[in-house]
Design a protein around this ligand. Structure first.
Ligand code: AGP
Length: 606
């Protein structure tokens, strides 16, 4: 995701834009730029650079008196980290900044014959071109025409040459808020962080409404041109709280960002309900002839990879090995040139994973990275990269990165299934249509937050906790246990439900919390039996399942029912519960979940 800001008013815009961008850097920080009406004339000037907002500040003119401008800090999705790819982008009479992903930009390049006319590799410049090609003097008409052709998520701030003092805006999915004050003028930004020092009242820009901002006020109209009154609200946040979008911690904010992160990650890779990696430059030839797969990662990324392993092996019958990166490096590799090596990493800088990738690269040129940070070391050293589009993940405890990594693994599995003839198009379409529903189902699960918060109170004083499940639920329980232990310091262990009785069940005493996940119908009754075994020994059982309700008190003490969906997809719902449970347990213990002791966001030491 990226940070955007705009201002037009009664004072110089430049410092408002730069200071606002500084507060939005948590949304992305690999390049930054501003555009403004030079000397308040009709000419639009641009200053932009790879690097942080401070690097942008260094190339700006301190004497810039322009009172209208827009600013952007980038989290690269399309196109590398370069000056040319930095926003704002100018095409013809149009200069714009963008947060989001235009999924059909390749088609638009063809339709508007833009080949050879673009100066960057970004989808954003294509959007500027489409608006420019539809512009014949009226900005609102041009925006309306262009928006009807764009597919994907966007929040645009737009300047038109010879329209000094005016900022135009429109959004779909990507966030954008705005306000007007009589003292200062009109503000717009990705979130309130950027202008909270000027106003704590704002409104959310409604989707598919075109906004015209001037120093004197804001005009909002729907796509039919009807005026719409902005719905203002006020907050009592301070600046640092606002940086978290009103959430008390980045972790809970990022938990709530998962629907958008999944939409942004899956959207550009699904065409006609089939996996499509063309825009990622990943050819089908990478998957042709693959005999086996090795997934290499650490921590949460490894647990996400293990979910992918389970699905790919069970659904498509392809042998998959999961390797802990720090172990893989010292084992005798069993990789051949027909092995697809998938390397998972949120940061793309984890040294254990990077070194394991380098070792794997000696045996195969089929290395595919699933990485969240564009241009990171692992991304650059892999043969191919499938970027996840979760946006910056600030909290040390990984949440949205896990979900998008699993989604990426699922799409890779579908592509492998098709290329290797292990699945028909109809089977894959049915699976992917379920996958596309996940963001809305996660929204349903997020509504259970208060209930889960209450259940976390039961965990706060415990010393040990166990997570059990079978199949995909077992792989999921590994991540659940890690979340709890790393931010609450409670000793948590994930166990295959069927394995408990082979020793570990001796640790179950009166009141020991056991979080049981039983969503896989083929082993449901077995898991229920395993739950009874621990219940009989005094365990306090929290059960997550698709059952509408559990009336038999011998099964569990608390039950959370998740929305019904195919067994292969329940992990996307269950993980939300486990993340929220861990978060509120940590907070209940007075720990800062964003920065737990002893940990770092990216482990660049071996
Ligand atoms: C997860 O919550 C932890 N922060 C940690 O396990 C992390 O997943 C691991 O260090 C791997 O990081 P990466 O995804 O950036 O490679």
């Amino acid at each position: 995701m990226c940070g955007i800001i705009g201002f037009t008013g009664y004072k110089p815009a430049q410092d408002i834009l730069l200071d606002g961008l500084q507060r939005l850097e948590y949304r992305g920080y690999d390049s930054a730029g501003i555009a403004f009406f030079k000397d308040n004339s009709g000419h639009v000037s641009v200053r932009k650079t790879a690097g942080k907002v401070n690097d942008l500040r260094a190339i700006c003119d301190e004497e810039n008196t322009s009172s209208t401008g827009i600013g952007h800090t980038r989290w690269a999705t399309h196109g590398g980290v370069t000056n040319a790819n930095a926003h704002p982008h100018k095409f013809g009479e149009v200069t714009l900044i963008h947060n989001g992903i235009i999924e059909n930009y390749h088609e638009l390049i063809e339709k508007y014959d833009l080949k050879g006319k673009l100066k960057s590799d970004t989808d954003t410049e294509v959007a500027a071109a489409v608006i420019s090609c539809n512009y014949s003097g009226d900005p609102v008409s041009a925006i309306r025409a262009a928006v009807s052709e764009l597919k994907g998520s966007f929040a645009f701030c737009i300047l038109f040459k010879n329209h000094p003092g005016e900022i135009y805006a429109v959004r779909n999915v990507s966030p954008m808020v705005a306000t007007h004050t009589d003292d200062h003028g009109s503000f717009i930004a990705s979130d309130l962080t950027a202008f909270i020092e000027y106003s704590n009242s704002y409104f959310v820009v409604p989707e598919y409404h075109i906004m015209t901002m001037t120093d004197g006020g804001i005009k909002l109209e729907d796509m039919e041109g009807n005026d719409v009154a902005p719905q203002y609200m006020t907050v009592d946040w301070d600046v640092s709280t606002a940086q978290k979008g009103g959430y008390p911690h980045f972790m809970i904010k990022e938990i709530h960002e998962q629907p958008q992160a999944l939409s942004d990650t899956m959207g550009p890779r699904i065409k006609d309900l089939l996996p499509d990696f063309e825009e990622d430059g990943i050819p089908d030839s990478l998957f042709e002839g693959v005999k086996d797969i090795t997934v290499i990662a650490c921590g949460t990324a490894m647990y996400a990879g293990n979910v992918g392993r389970t699905l790919i092996q069970n659904k498509f019958g392809i042998p998959v090995t999961i390797a802990i990166a720090s172990e893989f490096r010292y084992e005798r590799p069993t990789i051949s040139s027909d092995t697809l090596v998938i390397v998972c990493s949120q940061s793309g800088e984890t040294i254990d994973t990077l070194e394991a990738l380098r070792l794997a690269g000696k045996y195969t040129d089929r290395t595919l990275a699933v990485v969240n940070v564009k241009g990171s070391s692992i991304a650059r050293e892999s043969n191919y990269v499938l970027y996840t589009h979760a946006g910056p993940e600030i909290a040390v405890a990984s949440t949205k990165a896990y979900s998008v990594q699993v989604a990426a693994m699922y799409l890779i599995g579908c592509k492998l299934g098709l290329v290797l003839g292990r699945a028909t198009e109809a089977e894959v379409r049915e699976f992917i249509s379920g996958l596309k529903n996940i963001p809305s189902l996660i929204e349903e699960v997020l509504k259970m937050e208060e209930r889960i918060k209450g259940l976390a109170n039961r965990m706060v004083n415990t010393k040990d906790a166990f997570y059990i499940g079978r199949g995909l639920d077992y792989t999921l329980s590994m991540e659940g246990a890690l979340k709890l232990k790393e931010i609450s310091y409670i000793h948590s262990e994930a166990y295959a439900a069927g394995e408990l009785k082979h020793g570990t069940i001796s640790l179950i005493t009166d009141g020991t919390p056991v979080i049981a996940i039983a969503t896989q119908q083929n082993v449901y009754s077995k898991v229920i039996s395993n739950i009874r075994e621990v219940k009989a020994r005094g365990a306090y059982v929290l059960l997550i399942s698709k059952d509408k309700e559990i009336t038999d008190e011998t099964v569990c003490d608390e039950h959370i029912s998740i929305p019904d969906i195919s067994d292969e997809l329940t992990i996307f719902e269950s993980i939300i519960i486990l993340q929220i449970l861990a978060y509120y347990t940590s907070v209940g213990k007075g720990i800062d979940p964003d920065q737990p002791r002893n940990l770092a966001k990216s482990v660049t030491v071996e």
